[in-house]
Design a protein around this ligand. Structure first.
Ligand SMILES: [Zn+2]
Length: 152
């Protein structure tokens, strides 16, 4: 099973747990349960981190998501980033339907990291309605990260 979901400028691609068909969930409907276009079973709410590979997908997600968005800025060479990846995935799973967790590879997308003035990684940002609510950095366990996200 994949550890992340992919996305494009129109939405998140969510594989159907019943038939494995990739369903695109439009960003504006990330808080609603969809149905598989192929087998018509209900789809779960996204519960895996979403890998951002595209600046326009990133912009669309941030501006259209009805749910808060947590961003993990990471890089493949960063040991603490790799170490906490399972914790980040755990937090994403526990916060399904509450927030969308995304990952930005700062090596591939230094421009996106630059916009958030990311200095050291791993670094995290919480956004609501496209606005930055708070940022933090350093490896964290899932409970810490959720506590940080849910604070006020
Ligand atoms: Zn299906």
């Amino acid at each position: 099973m994949s550890q992340t979901l992919s996305c494009d400028p129109k939405g998140i691609i969510l594989p159907c747990p019943s038939c494995d068909t990739g369903n695109r969930i439009p960003y504006a409907r990330l808080d609603q349960q969809g149905r598989c276009g192929s087998c018509h079973q209900n789809l779960p709410l996204p519960s895996l981190p979403v890998e951002i590979d595209d600046a326009s997908a990133f912009a669309a997600l941030l501006s259209q998501s009805p749910l808060p968005v947590v961003i993990d800025f990471w890089a493949p060479w960063c040991g603490p980033c790799r170490m906490m990846a399972p914790e980040y995935a755990k937090a994403a799973h526990q916060a399904a339907g509450e927030a969308i967790f995304v990952k930005v590879n700062t090596e591939d997308h230094p421009d996106l990291a630059g916009r958030f003035h990311v200095q050291g990684i791993p670094a995290f940002a919480l956004l609501r309605g496209g606005q930055i609510i708070r940022q933090t950095s350093g490896a964290q366990m899932a409970p810490q990260l959720l506590e940080w996200m849910r604070r006020g």
